[in-house]
Design a protein around this ligand. Structure first.
Ligand SMILES: [Zn+2]
Length: 550
């Protein structure tokens, strides 16, 4: 969507500083020129604002090849004649056409620089049609190492899907492959596939067209969408649906599953309206009523594809049958239905501007798992689940990655992220207020791409707690605060070690059945409890370590 409001000279200086910073950062971590082309808002990207993609793809399972066109509609922010489009080999960008004229394309690896002939005027909108074809990369380990998955169902019918988070949408179709800019008016996605199969994309089905041996399925999303969310699913699908009475009115919920799994799906997908009820409670209205909600079965685990959440959890509860928390509560829900749908609020509604801040997607969504439990099973279940997921935390590197080079932070963005938010819930100490903050985020940043800093500031400001050091500690270092304490008669002495400068998060402790807040920082402090202290317990909901010292 649109870029920052900085003007003229100041923008120039800042850009220069940013480029310098990223160049230094790139050298430090061995990022490549291609990483910068993919991961930064290059001058050839910055001048135009995406309005719409009209993507038309013909899928040929026999040759495992595709071909198509993508008409990009954009608005000129600052006039420029060179436009960057990304498409990764072996896919070929065959031609780029504007106003009926074939344009010159200069390629630099995955980036293609198109020389526009027509004078680009500020504030005007233009179309550019990209023609592409090839044999797209086959997914090695979808959805993590993505591309196309070509499988067959038990009846020998093709079962095909795309997944491309991380590796990028440009693995199969030409686009502006950076998360900062989403098409403001959505995407039209026409999929042509063998006529005995069904093709499912994002949003609503507008029309189908018979072409003899093939059939074209026209799907449409009217809301902004992240490009990794655009997806194609083809199979021998059956469809069932329901209407959900939601916060913003009637919501169409549609399910596309293999014919052979229809009965199992009807049972397992009863969790979909339960999910909707819990998440609308905690996060506010489902963000894409116009586009409907869908669950679509795929031949891999699943992905948060906007308004067509894909599902491959084998109709089992847990994560492929197992509980990630070890608490037992993870067996109460189908991980993929809950987690991937949670992303409709955090990833699809609120989207990271740079993948370095992907914890905004995964931290909040991993956190949503326990809020689902909270809604249906209560607060103790939710706390047991989220604190149980700490066993997955590595503290190998910070949650926030490197900006400008398409570099994600540690996988701790999931469960350390969830536990940071659970800790914040304790600090706010008012569940209704906490709920209003989570709903407020979804209103304030509705359908936008944002930075972690924006979300951090919002939560600081709206909670009335200065969280500067809190975020610094947990998001930008791997250090877990260690609370050291000593008991001296009726006095409790305490301090933090392993903290960033200025970290002074209060903690709840229970001293001989009395619950109290203490306010530790880097210096030893003490608090008197009147009687001789027998037993000290640190509230396990806070993500810290603690140790009694003599
Ligand atoms: Zn996720």
């Amino acid at each position: 969507m649109s870029t920052s409001p900085l003007e003229g000279g100041l923008r120039g200086v800042l850009t220069l500083l940013l480029v310098l910073f990223f160049t230094i950062a790139s050298f430090a971590q061995n990022f490549t020129h291609q990483d910068t082309l993919r991961g930064s808002i290059t001058p050839e990207r910055a001048w135009w604002n995406l309005q719409h993609y009209d993507l038309s793809v013909s899928v040929n399972p026999d040759t495992k090849s595709i071909q198509g066109t993508n008409t990009v509609t954009y608005e000129v922010l600052e006039p420029n004649q060179l436009l960057q489009i990304d498409l990764q080999p072996p896919m070929k960008l065959e031609k780029a056409v504007q106003d009926g004229k074939d344009l010159t394309i200069n390629s630099d690896g995955n980036a293609h620089f198109i020389q526009l002939q027509k004078k680009q005027e500020k504030g005007k909108k233009y179309d550019l049609t990209l023609h592409f074809s090839g044999t797209p990369r086959v997914a090695k380990r979808p959805p993590w190492d993505g591309g196309f998955t070509w499988r067959k169902d038990s009846n020998g019918k093709w079962f095909i899907a795309t997944s491309n988070q991380g590796i990028g949408a440009s693995i199969w179709w030409p686009n502006k492959d950076h998360p900062y800019d989403e098409p403001d008016n959505g995407v039209d996605l026409s999929i042509t596939a063998p006529s005995n199969l069904v093709a499912v994309g994002n949003g609503r089905l507008i029309e189908t067209k018979d072409n003899g041996d093939t059939k074209t399925w026209h799907w449409k999303v009217v809301n902004p969408i992240n490009n990794y969310g655009v997806n194609i699913n083809i199979g021998d699908y059956a469809n069932f649906s329901e209407t959900y009475d939601g916060l913003d009115g009637k919501l169409n919920m549609d399910y596309w599953v293999l014919q052979e799994n229809l009965e199992e799906a009807k049972e397992q997908f009863k969790q979909a309206p339960m999910m909707m009820e819990a998440f609308e409670h905690w996060f506010g209205p489902y963000p894409f009523y116009e586009d409907s909600f869908k669950l679509v079965e795929v031949p891999y685990l699943g992905m948060e594809h906007q308004s067509s959440v894909t599902y491959g959890n084998r109709y089992m509860n847990g994560y492929l049958g197992s509980d990630l928390s070890g608490s037992g509560w993870g067996e109460k829900f189908d991980f993929i239905i809950i987690h991937e749908s949670g992303h409709e609020w955090f990833a699809n509604n609120i989207t990271n501007k740079d993948v370095a801040d992907m914890w905004l997607h995964e931290g909040f969504t991993a956190y949503s798992e326990n809020l689902y439990l909270d809604y249906h099973y209560g607060k103790e279940a939710s706390a047991a689940y989220v604190t149980g997921t700490r066993r997955n935390i590595q503290n190998d590197r910070p949650i926030i990655g490197t900006y400008g080079v398409s570099h994600e932070g540690s996988s701790d963005m999931y469960y350390k992220g969830a536990n940071i938010l659970h800790t914040l819930r304790q600090l706010i100490e008012d569940d209704e207020k906490w709920r209003q903050l989570l709903r407020g985020l979804n209103e304030e940043f509705r359908h936008q791409t944002v930075s972690s800093a924006q979300v951090e500031q919002y939560l600081s400001k709206e909670s009335g707690i200065d969280l500067t050091e809190f975020w610094q500690q947990y998001l930008r270092t791997t250090k877990i605060p260690l609370l050291e304490y000593k008991v001296k008669g009726s006095e409790l002495q305490f301090r933090y070690t392993n903290i960033v400068e200025g970290f002074d998060m209060p903690v709840q402790v229970t001293v001989d059945e009395i619950e109290e807040w203490i306010y530790p920082n880097a210096e030893w402090k003490s608090k008197s409890f009147g009687d001789t202290i027998e037993k000290v317990e640190i509230d396990p909901d806070f993500y810290i370590e603690h140790k009694e010292v003599k």
